[in-house]
Design a protein around this ligand. Structure first.
Ligand code: NA7
Length: 285
């Protein structure tokens, strides 16, 4: 891969736009596609080109990335009318960075192989801030040869790109990470509530935690969310609820995962658009 490699990018949401910016800044030619075309205007003004459809994109791009919402979006974009696999092109590399189920990645990897393309799942850890600074951590599933092909580009988007195994391994790792994120969010909420109900000041409790072996960037950041009573979504609760559902659908849930999944599913109706830490407001009611 060199800087003449034409990159295709599907999905210009909150994450997609800053990730494309990193690639433009690195000097790659980028062709974009978004279902609602009006969202393309911003990034076209910054030097990207537009493709009429995913199939048309595969005619011009050697490597295509996807950053979209869910399994259904992936299915539509690969197999729908004018989808990627409707193109007669071969030998392309398709990198799915969306947080989706390991199952759909295995399915798309098989379809890609039938169409003589390579497929990687490469979901990310980190949010918009990390996307804006190229500091995402990228977990990758798929063939080693495909990973080596994608690596120079992934390194422009993230600080780490780690190959974990066959197709679906990246998605599995992402679900493991977000399961832990759910535990930590609910754990912090419950510790603050326990202390508050017994007269301990929240700010004092957080200071104690940050000066103990439990200190972490996560607790520091999310502790501030509770203290400032500002639940604007850095990572929306409904997205974590989606990931916990995907993890549960993998079967053989462990005891804590079952409880935390249940709590987030119940909280989603009232607090879905707020930050994950709004789990505190749900438990406080
Ligand atoms: P956003 O900002 O909600 O953006 C979602 C993107 O997915 C956006 O480009 C959508 O296109 C696209 N989308 C959703 N459904 C479809 C279908 N059916 N077909 C085509 N395109 C679709 O999400 P983020 O950028 O924050 O996050 C993306 C991923 O990272 C996600 O997996 C998270 O869990 C983590 P639209 O603009 O609506 O036309």
């Amino acid at each position: 891969m060199n800087f003449n490699t034409t990159i295709g990018w599907i999905g210009l949401g909150n994450m997609g736009v800053p990730m494309v910016r990193q690639l433009l800044t690195a000097g790659y030619p980028v062709t974009v596609y978004n279902r609602h075309k009006e969202k393309e205007a911003l990034i076209l003004a910054e030097g990207a080109n537009s493709a009429e459809s995913p199939a048309a994109m595969l005619q011009v791009a050697e490597v295509v990335f996807l950053m979209v919402s869910d399994d259904q979006a992936i299915r539509d974009l690969f197999t729908g009318e004018q989808g990627l696999l409707q193109s007669p092109a071969t030998s392309k590399l398709i990198v799915n960075m969306s947080t989706v189920s390991p199952g759909i990645s295995r399915e798309m990897a098989t379809l890609c192989q039938e169409h003589k393309h390579e497929y990687l799942d490469a979901p990310v850890s980190g949010s918009v801030k990390q996307a804006e600074t190229g500091q995402l951590a990228i977990m990758v599933g798929g063939k080693e040869t495909a990973f080596e092909r994608a690596k120079p580009i992934l390194e422009k988007i993230g600080k780490l790109a780690l190959h974990l195994g066959e197709a679906g391994a990246g998605n599995t790792a992402k679900l493991a990470m977000n399961t832990l994120l759910g535990f930590q969010a609910q754990g912090l909420a419950e510790a603050v509530l326990f202390a508050q109900q017994r007269g301990i000041n929240t700010s004092d409790l957080l200071t104690l935690i940050q000066n103990s072996a439990l200190a972490s960037v996560f607790i520091n950041t999310k502790g501030q969310v509770i203290l400032n009573n500002n639940y604007d979504a850095a990572f929306a609760l409904k997205l974590l609820a989606k990931d916990l559902r995907l993890a549960a659908a993998e079967g053989s849930a462990t005891p804590l995962a079952e409880v935390v999944n249940k709590t987030f599913q119940q909280a989603e109706a009232s607090f879905g658009d707020e930050d994950v830490m709004a789990i505190f407001k749900y438990l406080e009611r």
